[in-house]
Design a protein around this ligand. Structure first.
Ligand code: GRF
Length: 193
């Protein structure tokens, strides 16, 4: 795994800096991070009906519904160590990406650069590729174009689309937690809430 140097500021420096999650929908990835004891300080959502809000409430995580794109940049602390996109369905504006560059990550349900954008699991299934998978990547100004941190492949033959979706989501939940723990130099205690 290749991390940018922003993450090598040392455990003592990063351990109390805020970690913010952005999610728009169901929030199963957020839930996986919570279940993996990753310290999420705040949820930002653009969707007042996102089930992710309920998950945040259950875990005592502060949440804010911020629908206006231009307000996202001021909705999170300046010293945020990591912005975790977990099913966030909007494009971050360039000023946000610039401010938190190399501190924003996303998870995408394909082996990027193949099948960026919406419905990536179905795109791969319909194309007939034999392998698809999951990618964790830094976020830049493009759509699913930032540099790749980690990937895990899934072999498709033998699965129908529903099986594949289930399988991909399971891989997402495991991979995202693992990568984030490594990025935060997880030591078994520091990020346990
Ligand atoms: C996931 O498949 C993720 O890869 C994509 O959006 C979906 C979000 O699912 N970016 P959930 O809201 O975490 O359940």
């Amino acid at each position: 795994m290749k991390f940018h140097k922003a993450f090598f500021r040392g455990t003592s420096a990063t351990q109390f800096l805020p970690i913010v999650c952005f999610a728009s929908g169901n929030g199963t990835n957020l839930q996986a991070l919570i279940d993996a004891h990753i310290k999420i300080d705040m949820l930002i959502t653009d969707n007042p009906n996102a089930y992710a809000i309920q998950r945040a409430k259950n875990a005592d995580i502060h949440y804010h519904v911020v629908t206006k794109k231009k307000e996202w940049i001021n909705a999170i602390p300046n010293n945020t160590a990591l912005v975790i996109l977990a099913g966030f369905m909007r494009i971050l504006p360039p000023d946000f990406v610039n401010k938190f560059r190399e501190r924003i990550i996303n998870i995408h349900p394909s082996l990027l650069p193949s099948f960026p954008g919406l419905d990536a699991i179905k795109q791969a299934y319909d194309y007939g590729v034999k392998y698809t998978g999951v990618t964790v990547h830094y976020v830049d100004e493009g759509i699913d174009t930032g540099s790749i941190i980690a990937q895990k492949a899934v072999y498709i033959p033998g699965m129908d689309l529903a099986d594949l979706e289930k399988n991909i989501h399971q891989v997402e939940h495991e991979l995202y937690s693992m990568v984030i723990k490594q990025m935060l130099r997880y030591d078994g205690l520091n990020y346990v809430v």
